[in-house]
Design a protein around this ligand. Structure first.
Ligand code: GFB
Length: 326
C-alpha cells in the first residue's frame, strides 16, 4: 500500500471485513458491490426507503447498529449537464448532507477505511489538459456543474481533514465520466452516453436522426463502471494518502465522434442532428492518470466494447431503464 510519504506497507485486506456500500442501487454502487463479492468481504447495504442518508440521526443510528469496518461512499445525487445546470440547490444540499453525515459518523465509529468518490468536474473548467490532481482549486469551475463540484470538493477536503486531524484512513478517488449498465436513461437528467443510447434506440425504430446536444466538439473521457469498481477495490487495498487520486482511461473522444459510434451500434441510418440551443459545458475533460498507473492499475474496457455491451443491456432493459430518473 502507498502511504503519505510514498512509502509501501502491506495492502489493506478486505477479506472477512464488514464493507458498507452506500448507494448500492446506483450504477456505481451496484458495480462496486458486484466487484466486492470477489474479495471475501461481507457486504452491507441499506435501501433508501429504510434510510435517507441526508438524515444525520438516521445515519448515526444505522451505522452504530451495523458497525461497518469499511465504507465505500458511492451515494450521491448525480446527473448530466442539464440536471446540474438547472437544479444546483439539490446537487449542493443532497451531496453535502450525504457526505457530511457518512464521513462524520465513520470517524465517530472508528471505521477503518473509507473511500469517498468525487468527480473530474472538481477541476477548473479551463484547466490545462490532461488534468493532474494538482489542478484542484487553481481556477474557476465550469459554471454548468459548479454546485456539484463545490460539494465534491468539500467531500474530498473533509476526508483529508479527518485524516489529518484524527488519523482516519479516509481516501478520495476522482473518476472521470462514467457509463455502463444500470445508468440513468432519463433524457433530461442523464449523462451523454445513456441519453444518446436511448435516443439512438428510438431513432432506429422511427427512422429519424440521432439528436446530439451542443456542437459535438467538446471532448470527454469515458470509463466503464466495472473498471471504476475494480479501481475502487484496488485503491482500498493499496492507497492511503491525503490527496485525491484520479481514475480514468487517459483517453478522450469528441462528443460528435462518440455519437457516431453509438449511432452505428444502434443501427441509426439517418445520421446526426445537432441542437445548438443546448450547452456544451467544458470544452475538454481529460484526466492525468499517471499516479494511478504508477501504482499498477489500468482500465481494461475499450470504449467501443463497453458501449456495445451497455447498449445491449439497455435494449434488454428498455422498459424499466427509460423510466429510471436520477
Ligand atoms: O455527460 P454530460 O451531460 O456531462 O455531457 P458533462 C457531456 C457532453 O455531451 C456535453 C453533450 O458537451 C453535452 O452537451 N451531449 C450531447 C449531451 N448530447 C447530449 C445528450 O443528449 N444529453 C447529455 N446529457 N449531454 C457532467 C457534470 O458534465 O459530468 C456532472 O454536469 C458530472 O457534474 C459529470 O461531473 C461527470 O461532462 O458536461
Amino acid at each position: 500500500m502507498v502511504t503519505e510519504g510514498g512509502s509501501s506497507t502491506a495492502p489493506f485486506d478486505l477479506a472477512g471485513r464488514r464493507v458498507w456500500v452506500a448507494g448500492h442501487r446506483g450504477m456505481v454502487g451496484s458495480a462496486v458491490a458486484r466487484r466486492l463479492t470477489e474479495t471475501g468481504c461481507q457486504i452491507q447495504t441499506v435501501n433508501h426507503a429504510e434510510l435517507d442518508l441526508r438524515d444525520q440521526a438516521g445515519v448515526n443510528d444505522w451505522m452504530a447498529f451495523h458497525r461497518p469496518e469499511v465504507v465505500v461512499l458511492a451515494a450521491a445525487r448525480v446527473g448530466g449537464i442539464q440536471a446540474n445546470a438547472t437544479r444546483p440547490a439539490d446537487f449542493l444540499y443532497d451531496n453535502l448532507a450525504i457526505q457530511t453525515n457518512v464521513i462524520h459518523a465513520a470517524y465517530r465509529l472508528g471505521v477503518r477505511k473509507l473511500l469517498f468518490l468525487g468527480s473530474s468536474c472538481i477541476y477548473p473548467g479551463r484547466a490545462p489538459q490532461p488534468m493532474g490532481e494538482d489542478a484542484l482549486l487553481t481556477g474557476p469551475l465550469e459554471p454548468t456543474n459548479e454546485a456539484y463540484a463545490i460539494a465534491k470538493i468539500a467531500g474530498l477536503k473533509m476526508a483529508a481533514a479527518y485524516r489529518r486531524q484524527y488519523g482516519c484512513d479516509f481516501i478520495s478517488a476522482m473518476p472521470t465520466n462514467l457509463y455502463g449498465p444500470g445508468d440513468n436513461f432519463d433524457l433530461e437528467a442523464s449523462h451523454v452516453i445513456p441519453a444518446l443510447m436511448r435516443k439512438a434506440y428510438e431513432a432506429h425504430a422511427s427512422g429519424g436522426s440521432l439528436e446530439v446536444w451542443g456542437t459535438g466538439t467538446p471532448r470527454r473521457e469515458f470509463l466503464h463502471v466495472d473498471d471504476l469498481a475494480d479501481a475502487c477495490v484496488f485503491l482500498l487495498a493499496h492507497y492511503s494518502a491525503d490527496e485525491p487520486i484520479n481514475v480514468g482511461t487517459g483517453e478522450d473522444i469528441a462528443i460528435g465522434e462518440l455519437a457516431r459510434m453509438i449511432a452505428e451500434i444502434a443501427g441509426v441510418e439517418a445520421g446526426l442532428s445537432f441542437r445548438s440551443d443546448k450547452p456544451d459545458g467544458s470544452p475538454r475533460k481529460l484526466l492525468d492518470v499517471g499516479r494511478l498507473t504508477a501504482l499498477g492499475w489500468r482500465a481494461k474496457t475499450p470504449l467501443r466494447d463497453g458501449l456495445a455491451e451497455t447498449y445491449r443491456w439497455f435494449e434488454t432493459h428498455y422498459d424499466s431503464a427509460r423510466l429510471r430518473v436520477g
